[in-house]
Design a protein around this ligand. Structure first.
Ligand SMILES: NC(=O)c1ccc[n+]([C@@H]2O[C@H](COP(=O)([O-])OP(=O)(O)OC[C@H]3O[C@@H](n4cnc5c(N)ncnc54)[C@H](OP(=O)(O)O)[C@@H]3O)[C@@H](O)[C@H]2O)c1
Length: 266
């Protein structure tokens, strides 16, 4: 697939992976739809992309599913079609399972799982009508493994795999593809924006993310995957954990239980 003139809708476009992906897609000639909760940040991203006048800013809160049909209607009215939907927006977690309140866990699931599902449901009819389209889902290595302090985040990312693997098998005959992206650590604000046991912001960039790959490198991998119609990609060093868990689960279990997570180290 070539990106030139393709309408690419990216959620979580105000920061990190989504922002880098927006710039990369714009360089390839895509016409972007940029979504997240913060319109001023989306405007900043739009202005700094190639051909800013061709891109739309459509603010969207991933927890407000009732607003999605109107957002899709706006995009279709102004652009005529949606070629690629990138479900990238999300929030991570820094809380022990025993400490996280159920309300916070539900809130995380709303953003990280139900948000992408609901937006995909809203976009699908237009793709099915054209017998074309690609749904991209930015999951994580945590979509395959669990580590201390990330129980709900890992659960949401695992859930995305079950849902979108099933969806892929349902819609391929209609010309619609699904690409799951599983990055390891990427140097973004994700740990700063992660939520603690009672929903408070973590507010610091963890060392693991400081030494992660750049958002640009992650975006380039996503671009290649979409261009070549890949069903799933692993991005970054930590992908080895997926193979260890799959083929040597006893070893994974031994290693992961030694990983430290305490409130002070959050
Ligand atoms: N960085 C990593 O190491 C890493 C690794 C694996 C997977 N990922 C995944 O990559 C994706 C992007 O994360 P990132 O690393 O780029 O983190 P980030 O810099 O914190 O960006 C997160 C994005 O999600 C948006 N967002 C958060 N809550 C939202 C909500 N309720 N409604 C709409 N948008 C919302 C944010 O925009 P607003 O605040 O403007 O709403 C922001 O644009 C996430 O799905 C994350 O799970 C990241």
């Amino acid at each position: 697939m070539k990106f030139s003139d393709q309408v690419v809708w990216i959620t979580g476009a105000s920061s990190g992976v989504g922002e880098a992906l927006a710039r990369a897609c714009a360089r390839e000639g895509a016409r972007l739809v940029l979504s997240s909760r913060r319109p001023e940040e989306l405007e900043r991203v739009r202005r700094t992309c190639d051909r800013p006048a061709e891109h739309l800013v459509v603010p969207l809160d991933l927890t407000r599913h009732e607003t999605f049909p109107a957002a899709v209607g706006e995009v279709l009215a102004r652009r005529g079609r949606i070629d690629v939907l990138v479900n990238n927006g999300g929030v991570s977690q820094r809380a022990l399972a025993a400490d996280a309140t159920l309300e916070v866990e539900r809130a995380l699931m709303e953003v990280d799982y139900f948000g992408p599902v609901a937006l995909t449901k809203a976009v699908l009819p237009a793709m099915r009508a054209r017998h074309a389209g690609r749904i991209v889902v930015v999951s994580s290595v945590m979509g395959y493994v669990g580590t201390p302090g990330r129980s709900t985040y890992a659960a949401a990312k695992h859930a995305l795999h079950g849902y979108f693997d099933s969806l892929r098998a349902e819609v391929w005959r209609e010309g619609i593809g699904v690409t799951l992206v599983c990055p390891g650590y990427v140097k973004t604000a994700v740990s700063d924006n992660a939520v603690g046991p009672r929903g408070e912001k973590h507010g610091q960039t963890d060392g693991t993310h400081l030494t992660g790959i750049s958002a640009e490198k992650c975006a380039a991998a996503i671009l290649r995957a979409v261009a070549s119609g890949r069903e799933e990609i692993y991005v970054g060093r930590e992908a080895y954990a997926i193979y260890v868990k799959r083929f040597l689960p006893w070893l994974y279990s031994r290693v992961v239980r030694r990983m430290k997570f305490s409130v002070s180290q959050q």
